[in-house]
Design a protein around this ligand. Structure first.
Ligand code: NAD
Ligand code: MN
Length: 498
């Protein structure tokens, strides 16, 4: 595990660069010269450093973004040109895909092979999807007919969609590149400008994205990246009065703070927050499919997925079989450095996250739950074994709270009403899956589940065309799909009397 694996010369060159972030055309240090360490989660070693952006840096970035939005080639750019730029941006991601995937692996711990197949590809596809939207954003024309129309007057009204303005984007570390692109794509398609604050832990691919945006031909100031600590740089962005819209992906705790800060300035805000997504397996399901799907849903990306299938409810007579199958899959997963192509489970992102996840497992043990498999942590690096926990009560913190690691809790149920009650008995509402071939049962269950996505015989199926977001404590607003355009535009009502 400790043996150092070779990396590409381009990756080495990237991490050896002097630590800089991008404000306008300026690759800059922090205003006070402050730096933050970036760690390699597979070894626990310092990989490189990035600027610890200050409130002054955030202020400068927002002002540059404001100026660029109000008066620049970008503010006058035709939709067709915005489309072409987004397409070129995606082409550059594709050109550098292997390098970007390796940087994501080095910085986050995830498998480089999977980062290429999933993370980078999702971004290429999504940016191209959003490129298509640039030319298809339209308003509407209506004919007012109020009772008290002045005689002889007629009215013609139209409703314009206008870019919302300066977007402040704050993202988490679990999918650094994807989360950034989910915000960049609609911002660039609609004509906004952006200040991105990547997660403290994972700034590298955000910086690479900024470099590629300049190469693609975006005018300086359209896309700015300020690296730094959440409570410093993130908080400064969240309360900046010149930001028109905030978009955040991360924990519900911080999401609430961002929402409150946004309201002080009436800043538009979308929040993509935590989850504790249930997978419900009925006894008629294809059980092998269900076990494989739920295992993938909870262990993919080391369980650091906002809509991970982290709560499993199985109809009683097939409970033992499904749990044994998932535990078998978990035990067979190969754990290691994400640079090794055979690795299926990498390290968690940080020592803090490892301690948090392992702390939950310990709490489960203390409260008398049974560890069906896994349960251990080890190092060097931040590893936690894929873990399945049974004999656990619905009110246990391990069932109610987001663990955000490779930890599945499983419980039996007797009938569909009980399954729905258990699935909904949680503060979150991001995703849910139903595993069954009973068409009537599935259709009866779908409307009763309180979550932004429901998957049937699959879990975590995301696509550029499908709006994604949460009910309840999982957030406000939607990303992707046609729906996302609403969140990056204002509607202006225009009334003409003639
Ligand atoms: P976090 O919410 O603290 O961090 C997310 C982003 O918010 C980062 O960029 C961070 O720098 C920034 N941030 C932190 N404090 C801020 C503040 N006061 N003002 C503005 N920005 C701030 O998440 P975390 O601490 O890295 O992870 C803790 C837990 O959150 C995880 O264990 C997991 O349960 C949950 N989480 C969920 C998701 C998700 O997608 N649902 C993603 C990451 C973390
Ligand atoms: Mn935090």
């Amino acid at each position: 595990m400790t043996a150092r694996l070779p990396i590409k010369p381009e990756s080495q060159a990237f991490i050896e660069r002097p630590p800089r972030m991008l404000i306008g055309a300026d690759w800059t240090a922090a205003s006070d010269g402050g730096l933050m360490n970036v760690y390699n989660p597979a070894t626990g070693e310092v990989l490189c450093q990035t600027p610890a952006g200050t409130p002054a840096d955030v202020d400068r970035a927002v002002r540059v973004a404001r100026q660029t939005f109000e008066d620049s080639a970008w503010s006058r750019m035709a939709p067709r040109e915005r489309q072409n730029l987004l397409w070129r941006f995606a082409d550059l991601l594709e050109r550098d895909a292997d390098l970007i995937a390796e940087l994501e692996c080095l910085n986050n711990g995830k498998s480089a092979v999977m980062a290429r197949l999933v993370d980078v590809q999702v971004c290429i596809d999504f940016l191209r999807y959003m490129a298509g939207w640039a030319t298809k954003i339209s308003g509407s024309v209506v004919t007012p007919s109020m009772s008290l129309m002045p005689p002889g007057s007629e009215y013609h009204s139209f409703i314009r969609r206008e870019a919302v303005g300066v977007v402040g984007a704050i993202v988490a570390w679990n999918f650094p590149l994807i989360l950034a692109c989910w915000k960049l794509g609609p911002a660039l398609a609609t004509g906004c400008t952006i200040v991105l604050k990547p997660a403290d832990e994972t700034p590298l691919t955000a910086l690479k994205l900024a470099e590629l945006a300049l190469e693609a031909g975006y005018p300086p100031g359209v896309f700015n990246v300020v690296t730094g600590a959440g409570p410093v740089a993130g908080a400064a962005l969240a309360c900046h009065p010149q930001v028109d819209k905030l978009t955040f992906t991360g924990s519900t705790v911080v999401g609430k703070q961002i929402g409150k800060a946004a309201m002080d300035n009436m800043t538009r805000v979308t929040l993509e927050l935590g989850g504790k997504s249930p997978a419900i397996v009925l006894d008629d399901a294809n059980l092998a499919d269900a076990a494989a799907g739920v295992a993938n849903g909870i262990f993919f990306n080391q369980g650091q997925v906002c809509c991970a299938s982290s709560r499993l409810y199985v109809q009683r007579k097939v409970f033992d079989k499904v749990v044994a199958d998932i535990a078998g899959i978990a035990d067979g997963l190969k754990i290691g450095n994400g640079l090794d192509p055979s690795t299926q489970i990498g390290p968690l992102v940080s020592a803090k996250q490892q301690a948090r996840v392992h702390g939950y497992i310990q709490l489960g043990r203390e409260k008398g739950a049974t560890i069906a498999c896994g349960g251990e942590q080890f190092g060097p690096g931040y590893f936690v074994k894929p873990t399945v926990i049974v004999n656990i009560d619905q009110q246990n913190p391990l069932v109610q709270e987001e663990i955000f690691g490779p930890v599945l809790v499983a419980m039996p149920f007797d009938d569909i009403d009980e399954a729905i009650r258990l699935a909904n008995d949680n503060p979150y509402g991001l995703g849910a899956s139903i595993w069954s071939n009973n068409l009537a049962a599935v259709h009866r269950m779908v409307p009763r589940i309180k979550s932004g996505s429901v998957w049937v015989n699959c879990h975590t199926v995301l696509d550029p065309t499908l709006p994604f977001g949460g009910y309840k404590m999982s957030g406000i607003g939607r990303e992707m799909g046609e729906a996302v355009i609403d969140y990056y535009t204002e509607q202006k009502t225009v009334v003409l009397r003639y």
